[in-house]
Design a protein around this ligand. Structure first.
Ligand SMILES: O=C1O[C@H](COP(=O)(O)O)[C@@H](O)[C@H](O)[C@H]1O
Length: 256
């Protein structure tokens, strides 16, 4: 089995979301055949939420035993709990509110109106991760981690040339002065994301082509954060044609 990064190109954003949804359902059923629990890290962003909507719309949705799935987030926007821009709220509307997942399996970041500071919220999430981890580890075994990719190559809330992408000690960082609104955010760090068995990056649109091309051509992670992402077993970029425009052709897997 190779752990090289693979790029799978789809005709458009809608077929991309449908294909990733189908693959997610199949893979999660397989994981639950072998393990008691499947642990999934969710992303915000347009395609990430589109994938959750496609899972919800699938006739095969409930072949997954949702009681045995644990959900975490790769990042969150520091906004009041009910704000429509929070990644948590969008994921709940797209999928989590519609499936039989116990509330205790949903591990959301704190919100800006919870009465804690951004730094304390980061520490609390790191503590929650560690509590769910095998003895001595900092985070649970993440089976599938979804990530979107911004036009600047950011993943989760790790932005180019900022401290978050350089963090190697903590599992969670508080982000100030994000170049993309809102300015304050919470994010898993690169070591936490890269501890995942599988990282599935989902992105569409011509505005992502340059960042993706640079990342796959060997740019530094400081310059293009997505360049620093690699899962333990698999790293797959699910992209549409326009986002794939600058991907070296030898990295594109045959279409299916
Ligand atoms: O703000 C964020 O943006 C990225 C990418 O979003 P997209 O809409 O350009 O796909 C997302 O991955 C991240 O989770 C989110 O907080």
């Amino acid at each position: 089995m190779t752990n090289e990064r693979r790029v799978l190109v789809h005709a458009d954003k809608q077929s991309l979301a449908g294909s990733v949804a189908a693959r997610f359902i199949t893979k999660t059923v397989d994981i639950l055949d072998e393990n008691d629990v499947a642990t999934v890290v969710l992303t915000g962003g347009s395609v990430g939420i589109g994938v959750l909507e496609a899972i919800n719309a699938s006739a095969a949705r409930d072949t997954i035993d949702w009681k045995r799935v644990q959900f975490w987030w790769g990042d969150e926007r520091w906004l009041p709990r009910g704000d429509s821009e929070r990644n948590e709220g969008q994921a709940r509307s797209a999928l989590l509110d519609h499936i039989a997942v116990p509330p205790g399996n949903i591990h959301a970041f704190a919100a800006s109106d919870d009465g804690v500071s951004l730094e304390d919220a980061a520490t609390a999430y790191a503590t929650e991760l560690a509590a769910a981890a095998p003895d001595g580890d900092d985070y649970p075994r993440f089976d599938i981690t979804f990530l979107g990719v911004g036009p600047d190559g950011h993943i989760a809330s790790l932005f180019p040339h900022m401290n978050g992408i350089r963090e190697t000690e903590s599992s969670v960082v508080a982000v100030h002065n994000s170049p993309k609104p809102p300015p304050e955010r919470l994010s898993l760090t690169r070591p936490a994301l890269n501890s995942s068995e599988r990282v599935w990056l989902v992105l569409a649109g011509a505005d992502k082509a340059s960042a993706l091309g640079l990342a796959l051509a060997g740019a530094s992670r400081d310059e293009v954060p997505v360049a620093g992402i690699k899962g333990r077993r698999r790293t797959v970029f699910f992209v549409d044609k326009t986002a794939a425009a600058e991907v070296p052709s030898n990295l594109i897997a045959p279409s299916y």
